[in-house]
Ligand binder design. Sequence first.
Ligand code: UDX
Ligand code: UDX
Length: 459
Amino acid sequence: MTVKSICCIGAGYVGGPTMAVIAKNNPHLKITIVDINQARIDAWNDTDVSKLPIYEPGLADIVKETRGKNLFFSTDIDQAIDEAEMIFISVNTPTKTYGKGKGMAADLKYIELCARNIADVAKTDKIVVEKSTLPVRTAEAIKSILHNTGNAINFHILSNPEFLAEGTAVEDLLNPDRVLIGGESEEAIEALAHIYSSWVADDKILRTNLWSSELSKLTANAFLAQRISSINSISELCELTGANVNEVAKAIGMDSRIGSKFLKASVGFGGSCFQKDILNLVYIARSYGLTEVADYWEQVIIMNDHQKRRFSDRLIKTLYNTVSGKKIALLGWAFKKDTNDTRESAAIYVADHLLNEQANITVFDPKVPHTKVQTDLNYLNTRSEAENESGAISVDSAYEATNDAHAIAIMTEWDEFKTYDWKTIYSNMKKPAFIFDGRNILDKAEMEHIGFEYYSIGQ
Ligand code: UDX
Ligand code: UDX
């Protein structure tokens, strides 16, 4: 089967950058990204590429180069499905907020809607590629929906999970550690492998069965998150024993069997994937009766929640056990640097906790729009929207955020935070001036020399 035309359903953080990089490397392929969200598609089509809905270093240039040539953004989902030989499903799979598996299982309603839409529209054979992270054996459901159309069309299902991390999406896509393709039809697997082979060496393209591919994605995220919870658990011990978590991480990371990556202690991991995927893994294990397996992985989430709570508790305790009426500056709202994504960001939970204690919060993030801070807090449903609005405001500069503040909490590791004029910030704050560095990005000795009371993670 030769593929000349691709459709991708879901113009999000995964679908957008992935298709842009495929388009760049395959000029002969026509790629149409569709989405039900008209505003998002309009933003992808904006002539000013600085207004794309997703900020990723290097992405705007690739979109500029390919858009209108072989990369298109549209809301006409049916037409794009009809034209394509290969359809990627890249819609979101949030944690269920209702019914069985509430708070744990992945909500697959959008995946099912996509499968039904494809079944309704398709008039020719299609390869359907799961790009979204899905519970193991989801392909079974997609297959069942597609094969029961009764119109004698052949559908091949592939699992091709995406391992890109936000903030480095383009770099990760251009130089992947591996590309994973799971499937049953060799012809379909090779059709997709051929597309990747235009820029990825063949020995990095792994072919597996469907179920291994689906489970590998959940497992990769669970292992990565587990490393962070592991080092964060040690950070608490460091604070009580005089050990320094950065030194411990370096010492263990130099063991080639352990490796040095993903050992940065922090205020807690965020992002759209880690928590959701682990909860999903836990749910799947429970549903097979594997209690010990489920409990084991659940502990990664428990540790992460503990780390976020511990951070705000320490701040409150240090500020003489009360933050009521005190101005606290949160530097950073995104779940990590170089992205405008705030999903599950630790900042949201720390802010929520401080608001419960009646703190006045002022947020500065270089990439996150002001309205997002309110939307994120309102989503938690802890208090009224009016209360969130009066308790937490968002400003355009770190200097404004920290002016007259009792304490600064660094929530995201933005590089620019390191280059600030910390002497000026210190002189404009209330004294004693506290910094709680949730990312260990500032130099303790230097901050103390300026006069700050400086607290970091695991030191
Ligand atoms: C994320 C994760 O990164 C991915 O691994 C996970 O499996 C799903 O959630 P992401 O691209 O970040 O994927 O999601 P998001 O930015 O929310 O994009 C999904 C897009 O799909 C949205 O723009 C949404 O409007 C669109 N969508 C959703 C449809 O077009 N049709 C639907 O039926 C549902
Ligand atoms: C993750 C996976 O890395 C990626 O492979 C998968 O496709 C999607 O989920 P992402 O969520 O974009 O990517 O970001 P990642 O860089 O993994 O960071 C996740 C969270 O962990 C962030 O909040 C980050 O700040 C935190 N983190 C990461 C740490 O606290 N310490 C570390 O050492 C590394």
